[in-house]
Design a protein around this ligand. Structure first.
Ligand code: SAH
Ligand code: SF4
Length: 358
């Protein structure tokens, strides 16, 4: 398949600059941009407002379609999961979720993940490469084209960077991606409708704070002490809770924004009332600005040491946090009938094909 870079990887400024360098009028950039994001052309030929010579130039250097739909699963609740094949054959996942507030897309940022959390299907397969900004934007466009084809006039309104990969381990492409999707003349998805989730890399949390963006940040915490967190997430050895919390403090002081903590509930591992009380102690200082999202564990075959918490345990955990004045919610599940937890469809597909899962 075509391995030219995706045209979706250019910001409007970068596209203008590129056109000038290639002897074209800078002003053509806005026509191309409009064809990409308003008319949503799927082939260069459809960009009728752009002249033939300029189209040839674009065609020579870029691709509009660097990925193909490998499998698509539609769940009874309207969740749609796309298994996409990149130009080099790698498989990634993108999920459309229908929320009360709009249509949200969960994007992948890396092929595999090196963080290797003990409960996660994505971490079963080591990272083979980072996705480019264009490949992340193209996932949104794939979903938008799916919605366009349905003819309902629906638009992607929200983005969660919570698919396969650690976004802060692919920082520059992530920032570029955010700039492109936020552009008011393009997809115009406002920063406050975007959430980036990280397993907790302190220097990148600080760098993200320094950007001064309105994009929301979520931290995958999963445990209130180092012993337990290291057992669940080996990244905690390199970046223990104290270092992570220092970075969170910096983020809150610098931005004045709210922060979200994610906490997977694993039965009898981190879901006891005492653990909830310890978590409340840890987060007490952030009470005004932090909320915690409790995530019922989505079972992964390879991680059979973990089970989903009982409804009673979830209620109990939630109750302790609430009584301590911590803002908590329990995550609504989407598409459980279609392997919708991140990385699950991909790892199943690779197993079926006999691909080694390391
Ligand atoms: N690497 C980033 C973003 C991708 S993972 C991070 O770890 O934050 C996004 C979220 O999905 C994380 O909070 C992660 O803990 C959660 N997750 C991973 N595997 C899961 C599973 N089997 N069940 C429920 N949530 C899971
Ligand atoms: Fe990677 Fe996030 Fe999965 Fe951990 S939870 S292995 S950081 S994708």
């Amino acid at each position: 398949m075509n391995s030219k870079p995706s045209i979706y990887g250019l910001t409007l400024d970068a596209l203008s600059g590129w056109l000038t360098e290639h002897g074209e009028k800078k002003s053509r950039a806005s026509h191309i941009w409009e064809a990409l994001y308003t008319a949503r052309a799927t082939e260069f030929e459809q960009m009728t407002a752009v002249n033939a010579a300029c189209l040839d130039l674009l065609r020579e250097h870029f691709s509009l379609n660097t990925m193909t739909e490998f499998v698509k699963q539609e769940a009874s609740d309207g969740t749609v999961k796309f298994l996409l094949q990149l130009h080099d054959g790698s498989l990634i996942e993108t999920v459309l979720m229908r929320k009360k507030y709009g249509l949200s897309v969960c994007v992948t940022t890396q092929v595999g993940c090196n963080i290797g959390c003990s409960f996660c299907a994505s971490g079963l397969i080591k990272k083979s490469r980072d996705l480019t900004a264009g490949e992340v934007v193209e996932q949104i466009m794939t979903v938008q084209r799916y919605l366009d084809a349905a003819g309902s006039g629906d638009k992607v309104t929200n983005i969660v960077v919570m698919g396969i990969g650690e976004p802060f381990d692919n920082f520059e492409h992530l920032i570029n991606f955010l700039e492109i999707v936020k552009d008011r003349k393009g997809l115009a998805i406002a920063a406050k409708r975007i959430t980036v989730s990280t397993s907790g890399i302190p220097d990148k949390i600080r760098a993200f704070a320094d950007l001064g963006t309105q994009t929301h940040l979520a931290i995958s915490l999963h445990a209130p002490n180092n012993e337990l967190r290291t057992r669940i997430m080996k990244i905690n050895r390199a970046f223990p809770i104290e270092k992570l919390m220092d970075a969170v403090r910096y983020y809150l002081d610098t931005t004045g924004r709210r922060i979200m903590f994610e906490y997977i509930l694993l039965s009898e591992v981190n879901d006891g009332r005492e653990t909830a009380a310890e978590l409340a102690d840890l987060l007490d200082e952030f009470k005004e600005l932090a909320s915690i999202n409790l995530i019922p564990y989505n079972p992964v075959d390879e991680h059979s040491q973990y089970q989903r918490s009982t409804a009673e345990a979830i209620d109990g955990f939630y109750d302790v946090l609430k009584k301590r004045g911590i803002n908590a919610t329990v995550r609504m599940e989407h598409g459980t009938d279609i392997d919708a937890a991140c990385g699950q469809l991909r790892s199943k597909q690779m197993k079926n094909e006999g691909t080694a899962v390391s």
